[in-house]
Design a protein around this ligand. Structure first.
Ligand code: GCB
Length: 620
């Protein structure tokens, strides 16, 4: 059994502190993620102060104000002060500052913030009832990109680093009955030692991009649970529940009523209770039938419920087996960005649903959620809609491989992602990295991540988007050879034959050398097309070029031995500051099958036809 309460980020925090950060991520304080508990939403309009020189955070000697014993009232923004009388100098004022919506990136909410990379302060006032005796309170943030420093009623709660995973602070001792002031400094400056690093091909949307909630829980509460299917043959379900605040002998009730299963189990000295069920008529979860069952958990006053699917996934030689049967992954890559309604980061369930419905319309049974963990709504919806998921951490391109703090940061983000989504039937692959250059330091870094993922979750496959190279002296021979392939279960690579490498006709000449007895997955291919731009199939940037590229690429991939699926790049055009070609890119990567206005391009239908044929071949 893998337990999260003893965790990666406790020592991660200590290490980052050594490097000059003070970090309190959810794990550093051993605070569980209370996503399923009821909470008071703090979403809505928050007051904001844009602070490019970080005046509210550093004094004029560049000392961090929150490290000072008595921070200066006039300029320390998290104190959220008002002048005590008409003479007092307070050089900021949240009450009269503009507002931004939470959840939401700041870039698409105000034209002056479009290219902004820096510090922005958020403030939200909220009322709270007094806590009952023994009750505990928490603040949960779905995500903040990239660094968040959090303060409640003028007191520092901690710092969280990493833009795409949730974090929680316990505020039992700090919450006031009545009015409370919550201030968050969010800083999205890119950095060489960060994860991701300075260079990416996507927009660095800043802000409180996901929901914020005030959660309350009884003194003893359900902190974490895991359920998984042992085997598709026996159909035995195993699991455990961790009760925060409990020691030995606490009763925990677990039930899956639709399956006639119910057990009352007792916690051990660590507050963990294990159970197992042998239901008679369990229907397995699959993309064709995403059957889920309501699981209820109860301990004392605390009760939780959620819908869970049960399935197995493993490999056999060059095959991926889902519930014991070979599966072909009809995939597509998706960035967490919505084309319509102002664009920007997905900030509600309807937008997440629309992205996944477009994938369904393409005939997909699989999505690669690139290049970072998406909102938890996305994976819950994928469970509901029957889409298998590749979930990824932003270890992208050229990370600071030799930096121990960078490794701990990546490890902490991976741990957060796995622990958040460990019960999602849809997720079959944890991906460790994207297009990282082969070197000893890189492979050591990624072996560390692979070991972490395997220790936290032995029920899923590991992969990473690797690269292919042309064989020296034989430009038409594509070789995939990377020590990382030995660490993963699925050999995946991105390839752009016909786009970055020759013209689409090259696809017909290419042969492959992939020396692994493992399934082969093509995690990216594609090319840019401006929707509405037409020409012949050799005219770059046209829909016809992209359409032909898709046809020729798919025919090429079909010849790969052990080819188990692909996720072309990408479902929808997305913003990237790297993409500057006027009249064509205009700040967008145009490799989408759907335009930034939500219009389908010709290649969409090529892929849909291909997936239709693939689905027909594999029908049971
Ligand atoms: C890649 C990257 C992806 C880029 C894409 C492109 O290989 O993984 O993030 O956006 O190529 O369009 O070049």
């Amino acid at each position: 059994m893998k337990m999260k309460m003893v965790s990666a980020a406790g020592w991660c925090g200590a290490l980052l502190a050594l490097f000059g950060f003070t970090v309190a991520s959810s794990r550093a304080e051993n605070v569980p993620d209370l996503y399923l508990h009821e909470g008071q939403s703090l979403d809505g309009e928050w007051r904001v102060i844009v602070d490019p020189y970080e005046s509210g955070f550093y004094d004029y000697r560049y000392a961090q104000r929150d490290k000072s014993v008595s921070p200066n009232r006039s300029e320390t923004f998290y104190l959220d002060a008002q002048p005590a009388d008409k003479s007092e100098r307070i050089e900021y004022d949240f009450d009269t500052s503009p507002t931004l919506r939470v959840p939401g990136d700041w870039n698409t909410q105000a034209p002056e913030l479009f290219y902004y990379e820096g510090t922005l302060w958020y403030r939200r006032l909220f009322e709270s009832a007094a806590l009952a005796a023994g009750e505990r309170a928490f603040l949960r943030f779905g995500a903040a990109n990239y660094r968040a420093d959090v303060y409640l009623n003028g007191q520092r709660l901690g710092t969280h680093i990493g833009g795409f995973t949730p974090f929680t602070f316990e505020i039992t001792q700090r919450l006031k009955a009545g009015a409370n002031s919550l201030v968050v400094r969010v800083d999205n400056k890119r950095a060489k030692d960060a994860v991701p690093t300075l260079n990416t091909d996507w927009w660095n949307y800043g802000g409180l991009t996901r929901s914020v909630k005030l959660m309350r829980a009884p003194g003893k509460f359900i902190a974490e649970h895991r359920l998984w299917l042992e085997s598709e043959e026996t159909k035995n379900i195993s699991g455990w529940v961790k009760i925060a605040g409990a020691g030995q002998g606490e009763d925990v009730e677990v039930a899956i009523r639709e399956l006639g299963q119910k057990a009352t189990v007792k916690t051990d000295a660590d507050g963990v209770a294990k159970f197992s069920f042998s239901p008679k008529a369990l229907q397995l979860w699959s993309p064709e039938q995403p059957r889920r069952y309501e699981v209820t958990l109860a301990c004392g006053e605390d009760k939780l419920r959620e819908s869970l699917g049960f399935r197995t996934v493993r490999t056999r030689g060059k095959e991926i087996l889902l519930n014991g049967q070979p599966v072909f992954l009809r995939g597509i890559c998706i960035h967490e960005e919505f084309p319509l309604d102002g664009g920007g980061r997905v900030n509600n369930t309807e937008k997440a649903r629309q992205l996944l419905l477009w994938a369904k319309e393409l005939g997909c049974n699989f999505v690669r959620l690139a290049h970072y963990p998406h909102n938890e709504d996305m994976t819950r919806l994928a469970d509901e809609l029957g889409l298998l998921v590749w979930s990824e951490v932003p270890v992208y391109w050229t990370i600071d491989w030799e930096n121990e703090a960078t490794f701990k940061n990546a490890q902490s983000q991976l741990t957060d992602a796995i622990e958040r989504d460990a019960n999602r039937a849809c997720i079959i692959i944890w991906s460790l990295a994207n297009e990282t250059p082969v070197s000893e330091a890189r492979t050591k870094f990624l072996s560390g991540l692979a070991a972490t993922a395997r220790q936290l979750d032995s029920t899923r496959l590991l992969s990473a988007a690797m690269e292919k190279h042309s064989k020296p002296g034989a430009p038409n021979v594509n070789v995939v050879k990377d020590p990382l392939a030995d660490l993963v279960d699925v050999v995946a690579f991105n390839q752009y034959t016909g786009w970055y490498d020759g013209l689409p006709d090259k696809c017909a000449k290419v042969t492959w050398e992939i020396p692994y007895d493992k399934p082969v997955f093509v995690s990216e291919f594609g090319g840019d097309a401006r929707q509405g731009r037409h020409g012949d199939r050799l005219e770059r940037w046209t829909e016809e070029f992209q359409e032909d590229l898709y046809r020729q690429t798919l025919a090429m991939l079909d010849k790969i031995d052990g080819f188990v699926g692909c996720s072309p790049w990408i479902l929808v055009d997305f913003r990237s500051p790297k993409r500057v070609l006027p009249g064509i890119q205009d700040g967008f990567n145009r490799k989408g099958l759907i335009s930034s206005d939500g219009v389908k391009k010709k290649a969409f239908y090529v892929l849909r036809d291909y997936y239709g044929k693939r689905a027909a071949q594999t029908k049971p």
